[in-house]
Design a protein around this ligand. Sequence first.
Ligand code: ADP
Ligand code: MG
Length: 727
Amino acid sequence: MNSARFEALGEMGRREALKIEFSKEKISSYFGCDVFGRDQMRQYLPKAAFESVILAIEENRRIDRRVADQVAAGMKAWAMDRGATHYTHWFQPLNDSTAEKHDTFFEPVWGGGAVESFSGEMLVQQEPDASSFPTGGLRNTFEARGYSAWDPSSPTFIIDDTLCIPSVFISYTGAALDFKTPLLRSIAALDRAAVEVCTLFDKEVRKVVPTLGWEQEYFLVDEALYKARPDLAQTGRTLMGHTAAKDQQLEDHYWGEIPDRVVAFMKDIEERCFRLGIPLKTRHNETAPNQYECAPMFEEANIAVDHNTLLMTVMRRVAVRHRLQVLFHEKPFQGVNGSGKHINWSLATDRGQNLLAPGKTPKSNMQFLTFFVCALKAASEHGNMIMASVATEGNSHRLGGNEAPPAIFSVFTGRTLNEVLAEIEERISEKALSPDEKTGIKLDIGKIPEIMLDNTDRNRTSPFAFTGNRFELRALGSSANCAMPLIVLNTAMAEQLGLFAAEVERLTGTGIKKDEAILQVIRGFIIDSRRIRFEGNGYSAEWHAEAAGRGLRAMTSVTSAIKEYVDPRNITLFKELGVFSEAELESRYEIKCETYLKKVQIEARVLGDLATNHIIPTAIRYQNVLIDNVQGIKELFKADGAEMAAAEVAAIRQITDHVKAIREQTHAMVEARKKWNVVDDIPTRAEGYEREVAPFIPLIRNHIDHLEMIVDDRLWTLPKYRELFTI
Ligand code: ADP
Ligand code: MG
C-alpha cells in the first residue's frame, strides 16, 4: 500500500523530467559562455586593464584602483549584455556551503531617473555585515565587520541574473574566515618552494601550481519521498530504516545503465556546468542503489575548488526542477556504500609539466622522484593532519567501514615504484659513488616510465594512493569543501620541498656533485617516510596491528582527530609557511568541534522526535490490532485459543520490549544532552556529545528497525529503504 502510494509520487517526477529540453549545440560552442574569462576580458577591457588582470592571476600582482574601475566597467558591460541585473561577492565561509548577498547595479538618481552603476570599489570589496557566519571566536558579533575581497585568480560568472565575483572572506583585522584565503596562501607557499626545487633541474620554471581533479559522489532521492522522511530532510541522512532485501549485493548498479530520469538530471547539470566553464568529463552509476558520480577534467586547484562548490549549488537547484533531492551526506543509508569526494592532486609547472609524472630521461625522472619522495615525506609527517582535515560527523559514519578508506592514514605507491625506492635505498650510500655506480643508477631511473606503463596496480583500500601521475586522497567526505585537505597537502609539501632544497645546498656546499647530492637526499627522504608506505589491504586486522607498531593512529574519534588543528607541530608548520596564524587554527578547531556537536545534537533531537511521535504510536496502533486479534481468537476457540494465539502474543511482547527500550534510551539520551549542554568549553562539550550522546543513536535505531519488520506496512508512516531506492 505504502509502496504504491510512493510509486505514484515518483511517477510525477519521472514524467516531468522527460519534458525538459536540452541544447543541441556542440558543447565547445557554448562552454564558458557565462564566465568572464580571457576571451570575454579581451573583448570588454582596455588592453592595459586586461594585462593587469593577467599579471594579477599569473604573478599575484595587485590591481590598482584605477585599473579596478576599468575592469568593473568592462565586467558590468559584459554582465548586462547577458541580462544580469545584480552582482554579489561569492565566498566560502567555514560551513561547507557558499555565501552570496545580491546587490543590484541599479541606482536611483537624486532628483529623478536611474542608472546602472558598478565601480572598482564595489568589485574589489563588499562588506557583507556577516555576523552570523561561523568564526570560532575570531570576530566578536558586536564587531561584525567581516568583508569579502575579489579574488582575480578565479573568474567571475553569471548565475540567473547575478554576476558572481569569487572572493575571500576576512575579518576586519585580516584573519581568514573562509576556505579560500588559506588555500591561496598555501598555493603561494607551494609555488615558492617548488620553483626553487625545480630550478635544480630546469632553470626556466617560473611558476608551479597544484592541480586538482575531484570526483563527486552523491545520491538521488525522489523529492516526495525525501519530504516524507524528516530525518533525511533535517540531517541529510536516514536515522532509521531496515535494509532493503535487495540493495547492492548483486553489484548490478555500479557503472550500470543510467535511468532516464537520472540521465535527464545529469544532462541538465552538465549543460549548466559547461556554460559556467566547469569541464565535467565523466558520469556514471556508483555502487549503492541511487548513487552516482561525476568528475571533471582537472584544473588549477583554486579554480577547481570553486568549481566543485559551484557544482554542488547547481546540483541542488537542478534537482528541485526534476522533483529530486541530491544527497551529499557521506552516509545517507546504513548498510550500503557511502559517498566520498576523491581529491586527485598533483603539481604543474608553467612549462606544462606534471611534476608527479615520470619523464622520459633520467634527469626528468630524478625530478619526478624528488617531488614524489617529498610528497611521501609530507604524508608521513602530516598524515594525521590530513585525516583531521577530513574528520567530520558525517564522514565518521563512512571512514573505517569496509567500503571507504580506513581511518589509518597510509600511502600506496604501487609495486614498481616500491621497487625503485627499495633499490635507491639499498644502492646509494653516503660515501661517494663510483662512476659505474652512477651510470647504473641513472639508467635504472631512466627506466621508470616504461615499467610504470603496465603498472595497473590499483589499491582501493588506501586512503592516499599514487595513481601513475598524481596522488589520490580518498578520505574526504562528499559534502565537504575540497580546500582543507588541499591546504594541508600544499603546505606539508612546501615544507618538505624547502627542506629538500636546503639539504641539497648543504651537501653541495661540502663539495658533493649536485646529482649525487640530490640522490642522497632522495634516499634520506625515502628512509624517513618508510612508515607511511603500505601496499597491502588497509581493511585487514593485520594492518591495524602493524600500523600500531609503526606509530600510526586510527583516527576514529572525530573530536580527538581534530585536535591536530591545535597540535604545536602543525601550528608551527602553518605559521612558518604563512598559511594560518595560531588564532586562525584555534578558530577552525573550535568551529569543527561546534559543528560536530551541533550535528549530533540535531540528529539526537530528530531521532527522539520521530521515535516518540511516529514510531511508538504506529507500533502501539499495530499492537492493539494484535491484541484485538488475540482476544477474538480466545473468545472463539476458548481453551484452544491460548495456544493458537501464542505467536501473536509473542509479537505483542516484542513490540512492548522495543517500545520500552526506545522510551528508556530516548530519555537517557535527553539526559546526556542536558548534562553536556551546560558545559561552556566547546571542545569538552563536543567530546561529551561524542562519548555519551552519539552512541544512543544506533541503539535506538536498532529497535526501530526491528519494529519496522513487525508492524503492518500499511500503518508504517515513513518511506522504507526499498522505496527510497526507487527512482
Ligand atoms: P578514477 O575513478 O579511476 O579515480 P576518474 O576518471 O573518475 O578516475 O577521475 C580521475 C580524476 O583525476 C579526474 O578528475 C582527472 O581530471 C584527475 N586527474 C588526472 N590527472 C591529474 C593531475 N595531473 N592532477 C590532478 N588531477 C588529475
Ligand atoms: Mg572514480
